[in-house]
Write a protein that binds this ligand. Structure first.
Ligand code: SAH
Length: 218
């Protein structure tokens, strides 16, 4: 099928995108390699494919977006993913970020709140042959059945850090979550240093679609 063709043109544009991300400060060679490997245009609506290698967020239907490549790279770098890490992502969306985590060798658990998007992405990832655990539901409650996780990544803007997510993190684990108001967020990195102890670091200036649900926006 035409859409799943990865041509020299696409590969060239991807390489240029990776150079741009490097210039913007992304340092992890593993993360840059994953972005260079995964065809982002596969995750786009056909009408928007020519924009797939711009460093911008784009619509993926149901009012949601595929995150900007810089944001994907920044969040993934903060997460320090190691092969075999059990990683929970909140906000599957197009499945692009989850596929980057998969390429880094993680066992990926990902949860999506919009039924239609969940169904479309589940079907699409199967077609790509990418294996991960996909769930439909409210990710602000985490996914207790498969907890604890080495890493948890939230890819929608949250009003607060949901307590359930910190609880479902292993000691030594990392949670990356954008927190702020509906239009602008600060990236928060939480390291769980003990059963009841965390360390917190913040990085300003991100804009995500809102995290909905019980501990999200209503
Ligand atoms: N990681 C995605 C980005 C999608 S945008 C990608 O790579 O394409 C954020 C996604 O979070 C949207 O699909 C939205 O529907 C979803 N979302 C919002 N609130 C949620 C919640 N409480 N639980 C799970 N997913 C949620």
């Amino acid at each position: 099928m035409l859409k799943l063709e990865d041509t020299y043109l696409h590969k060239g544009k991807r390489k240029a995108l990776v150079a741009e991300l490097r210039k913007k400060g992304i340092k992890s060679e593993r993360v840059l390699h994953a972005i260079n490997t995964l065809p982002r245009h596969f995750f786009f609506d056909s009408a928007l494919i020519s924009h797939a290698y711009e460093d911008k967020a784009f619509p993926i239907g149901e009012g949601q977006t595929i995150s900007q490549p810089y944001t994907v790279a920044f969040q993934t770098e903060l997460l320090e993913v190691k092969p075999d890490d059990k990683v929970l992502e909140i906000g599957t969306g197009s499945g692009y970020q989850a596929s980057i985590l998969h390429l880094l060798g993680a066992q990926v658990y990902t949860i999506e709140y919009q039924k239609k998007l969940f169904e479309a992405t589940q079907k699409f990832l199967k077609r790509l042959g990418i294996e991960m655990h996909l769930f439909y539901g409210d990710g602000t409650a985490g996914l207790p059945a498969s907890a604890p996780y080495d890493k948890i990544l939230v890819t929608a803007g949250a009003p607060i850090v949901p307590e359930a997510l910190v609880q479902q993190l292993k000691v030594g684990g990392i949670l990356v979550i954008p927190v702020g108001d509906r239009s602008l967020q600060t990236m928060v990195k939480i390291v769980k240093t003990g059963p009841n102890k965390i360390e917190r670091e913040e990085f300003a200036g991100f804009a995500f679609v809102p995290l909905l649900g019980k501990d999200g926006w209503r």
